[in-house]
Design a protein. Structure first.
Length: 277
């Protein structure tokens, strides 16, 4: 292959990647531009036109008006933080048990539990709702978080496969030093698994931050309203309020972008490192 053909091939690859990046980032850029337009500008200008002039009216309305969007962001952050902590802790313990602890029926129990991934989430909404109502947890913080706090099949599967790749010699050496099962998990397994745990944290944050159906079903009013439900409530029967909706969407995306920037190195490591074996 000549240098000219290699250059053309490289340019072609970069062109395809650039088109893919534009297609991926296009909706976010459109949302951000619309967020800084007034309703009059949105009605009169092209959707692809930049705001002229730029306006922060929508942001002021979200945080200074009756929308209580700031409160909704706070509720979302609290809910997400609680679920992430508990889900990661319980998933780590369950995954270690399935990966390293010998007990009768371990493989059967694991695959039965994993098979629940095939059950659509929408099927569980009504049973979960009835359970929360019977427990008196409708429209409460605990009603929001309890169904998602005790691990998930996907998280346990992801961690189990990673834990199985940790050399047995390291665990045996820790046991020879007198470490208990909990000591081995906390002092050996978790430090070696930080990349995959960071990836799991990001996946959990994104899924819970964007959760819409369950908060919509289990809560009412503004007390425990989350950002997704608050954004949807900005639209009325006769008015789409698209500039407000896009402002709320843009603001809700910012924490996720910051979180990705914080954990990006760990995520790349978890992808590039397939295991220890």
């Amino acid at each position: 292959m000549t240098s000219a053909s290699r250059m053309l091939r490289t340019l072609g690859i970069y062109a395809v990647l650039l088109v893919g990046a534009l297609v991926t980032l296009g909706p976010f850029l459109l949302s951000a531009m619309t967020a800084f337009k007034t309703p009059q500008q949105f009605a009169q200008q092209s959707a692809l036109a930049a705001p002229d002039p730029w306006s922060v009216q929508n942001v002021v309305t979200l945080f200074g008006g009756s929308t209580e969007f700031g409160r909704a962001l706070g509720v979302t952050a609290l809910m997400t933080a609680f679920i992430v902590v508990f889900q990661v802790v319980f998933s780590i313990m369950a995954a270690y048990a399935f990966a390293r602890v010998d007990f009768p029926g371990r493989r059967v129990l694991f695959w039965v539990y994993l098979s629940t991934l095939m059950v659509p989430a929408i099927v569980l909404v009504i049973p979960l709702y009835l359970m929360m109502v019977q427990l008196g947890l409708r429209n409460t913080f605990w009603g929001l978080v309890l169904p998602f706090s005790f691990g998930s099949p996907y998280a346990i599967f992801l961690l189990r496969e990673y834990f199985r790749g940790i050399p047995e010699d390291l665990i045996d050496a820790a046991r020879l030093d007198g470490a208990s099962t909990l000591d081995v998990l906390v002092e050996v397994v978790v430090p070696l698994s930080r990349p995959i745990i960071a990836t799991l944290i990001l996946i959990t944050v994104v899924s819970q931050w964007n959760n819409f159906l369950w908060p919509l079903v289990i809560t009412s009013g503004n007390t425990w309203r989350v950002a997704t439900v608050a954004t949807a409530s900005l639209q009325t029967q006769y008015n789409g309020n698209w500039t407000l909706v896009m402002a709320a969407t843009t603001l809700a995306i910012v924490p996720l972008i910051v979180l990705f920037l914080i954990f990006q190195k760990q995520i790349v490591r978890s992808i590039t490192i397939s295991g220890f074996r």
